[in-house]
Design a protein. Structure first.
Ligand SMILES: NC(=O)C1=CN([C@@H]2O[C@H](COP(=O)(O)OP(=O)(O)OC[C@H]3O[C@@H](n4cnc5c(N)ncnc54)[C@H](O)[C@@H]3O)[C@@H](O)[C@H]2O)[C@H](O)CC1
Ligand SMILES: [K+]
Length: 551
């Protein structure tokens, strides 16, 4: 298995192994089927233009459907009147005007507040201004929001670039200050639809009615925190219009790629994981990663530990094999890399880094081990720290690499400030993936899984209970197990993110989100991996196999 590089056979980390059997496009740079496509602004514009030009659907018709759906979402959420629709001057404003017309037609009291004079509106928006029955829009003023039962934000949509300029910024602040429920038209004004970045003022919506399909920016923080509930509105975009190629939401369908256990498999073949880490005082992390790997389906799990901590870890683990390795300053000695390489030859995946420590020896060891190991690795925790500012070192590896940083670790890897990563999560994850020629998983409720070619899988999240110590080690163990079982690295990483989130949510339901600890997440893994339908054993392991008698 190799990364796609010049001069090397093109084997995509997206899962060509499944491409033929599952019919999943991947090697051509499109998204696999188990990612639910998310649109960037430019991709949505292209799909829009295709529908208008190739299928001859008038742009006004698309706007009509968009505004009709938006009105439904507003009506559902406004339990009294008046509803206030605030408009800018582009097509987003046009959708808002259609929405206002439909709400008035239903007998709702609707006030339209405009930032611009009618002659400044775009063509379709102006047409819909002319079609608006009743009162004309009033110039926007903060006081006019007082008493609003609901505000519809139709200021800026996918056509916006950069921080909202005056007068948008002040209007956005006033909308947020009003205290009224807010429904955003397509995207909360101020959120970048392509990146989820929020470079200035941005509306904090309770719900977003987004047209055709969801946008990237509604699922990546900080934009995701502004979106509220996301409602997709069908507007009749042509079926064969260009589809997104860069980002998608990890869907339940990825679970189908989890390989069934063969009746004839022995413990090594059902997934052999080696956890390399541990140091004096840091023994829990490798133990958690190892336990998680085995619960996630690895048939055999070994731990390579510095000699003096071996017995400590061994006393906690029954099913996993703990090996003692040469030690320096309480952690692994770089001299042991050669032995590690020999050991790893039979291994399906190495989890490198949990509890390794940050001494000079640890750093030298992690770098040498990552460079030398000829098998897939998941690099976590101190294994990542050892590569701070040196991501390029990983690009020469000959087998897949998965990096699993949180924002602070990614900042150190890229040698930038953590605020920079926080504000540009997509860009940062892509940058690390490109420089390391690796999969870069950036943790968060909106976990991002970036590939070197810029494609990104995004987690739908929903598991705040995972914000507790040790859950990162658990995630590392799950990824390692899935890779060791033979899943392609991207599918393995994404399914691990999904299973981890499901397990965290299940543990929270059982114990309360504040009381979940990492071990509880491991306990929930079997059900989380099996999914809502329960485990699906392949026919060949469906029960005892007795010979059938004829006659
Ligand atoms: N298929 C669809 O999804 C459909 C979408 N529709 C709606 O159209 C908008 C996109 O419309 P567009 O006219 O391209 O852009 P906007 O309405 O977002 O506004 C652009 C407008 O704002 C100015 N501008 C840009 N950036 C800034 C800034 N930072 N500060 C201030 N002003 C800015 C720019 O100059 C323009 O004048 C989409 O979101 C949907 O709501 C269709 O109606 C139906 C099909
Ligand atoms: K908007």
């Amino acid at each position: 298995m190799q990364w796609q590089r010049e001069r090397e056979p093109a084997v995509s980390p997206l899962g060509d192994g499944q491409a033929s059997s599952d019919g999943q496009a991947s090697s051509d740079g499109s998204l696999p089927r188990w990612l639910r496509p998310l649109y960037e602004a430019e991709e949505m514009r292209a799909a829009d233009a295709y529908t208008i030009e190739q299928v001859s659907v008038p742009s006004l018709e698309l706007m009509e459907r968009a505004g009709t759906g938006l009105a439904r979402v507003c009506a559902e959420r406004a339990h009294r009147d008046p509803i206030v629709v605030v408009i800018g001057k582009g097509n987003n404003a046009g959708d808002g005007l259609v929405c206002a017309r439909h709400l008035r037609a239903e007998g709702r009291e609707v006030e339209v507040l405009a930032l611009f004079a009618p002659e400044e509106l775009s063509g379709d928006a102006r047409t819909n201004l002319e079609r608006l029955p009743g009162d004309r829009p009033k110039p926007f003023a903060r006081e006019r929001l007082e008493g609003a039962a609901l505000i519809c934000d139709a200021l800026l949509g996918t056509g916006a670039r950069g921080a909202p300029r005056p007068p948008f910024d002040a209007a956005i602040a006033a909308i947020n200050d009003s205290g009224a429920p807010i429904v955003a038209c397509d995207i909360p004004s101020g959120v970048d639809a392509t990146t989820g970045e929020v470079p200035g003022a941005a509306v904090r919506a309770h719900a977003t009615a987004t047209f055709h399909a969801s946008k990237v920016g509604l699922h990546v923080r900080p934009g995701a925190e502004h979106a509220g509930e996301v409602v997709e509105i069908e507007i009749g975009i042509a079926r064969d219009a260009p589809r997104p190629r860069r980002c998608g939401l990890i869907s339940e369908e990825v679970a189908r790629l989890y390989p069934p256990r063969s009746r004839y498999g022995h413990k090594f073949r059902t997934g052999f994981v080696l956890v390399v880490g541990g140091s004096v005082g840091l023994t829990g992390a490798p133990a958690l990663a190892a336990l998680a790997a085995q619960r996630a389906g690895a048939g055999y799990v070994q731990l390579a530990l510095p000699a003096s901590v071996r017995d400590v870890v061994d006393a906690r683990l029954l099913e996993q094999m703990c090996l003692a390795f040469p030690e320096r300053d309480g952690t692994h000695d770089p001299v042991s890399v050669e032995r590690l390489g020999e050991l790893a030859a039979r291994v399906g995946c190495v989890a490198l880094g949990p509890g390794l420590g940050r001494t000079e020896a640890a750093i030298a060891f992690a770098r040498a081990a990552a460079a030398a190991l000829p098998v897939p690795i998941v690099l976590d925790a101190d294994g990542l720290g050892a590569h701070a500012g040196e991501l390029e070192l990983l690009a020469t590896r000959r087998a897949p690499t998965v990096l699993t940083p949180h924002e602070g670790e990614l900042a150190r890897l890229l040698a930038v400030d953590v605020d920079e990563v926080r504000a540009h999560r997509l860009r940062s994850a892509r940058e690390a993936a490109r420089r390391a020629q690796a999969i870069c998983l950036l943790k968060g409720d909106d976990t991002l899984v970036a590939l070197p070619d810029g494609r990104v899988a995004i987690s739908a999240g929903g598991s705040p209970a995972l914000a507790t110590a040790g859950t990162g080690d658990v995630l590392t163990g799950i990824i390692a197990a899935f890779v060791a079982r033979g899943m392609e690295p991207l599918a393995a990483t994404c399914f691990a993110v999904l299973a981890h989130a499901r397990a965290g949510a299940a543990a929270a339901r059982r114990l309360g989100a504040d009381h979940v600890i990492a071990r509880d997440v491991i306990d929930e893994l079997p059900a989380a991996i099996a999914g809502p339908g329960g485990p699906a054993p392949p026919a060949e392991v469906g029960g005892p196999r007795f010979p059938r008698r004829l006659g």
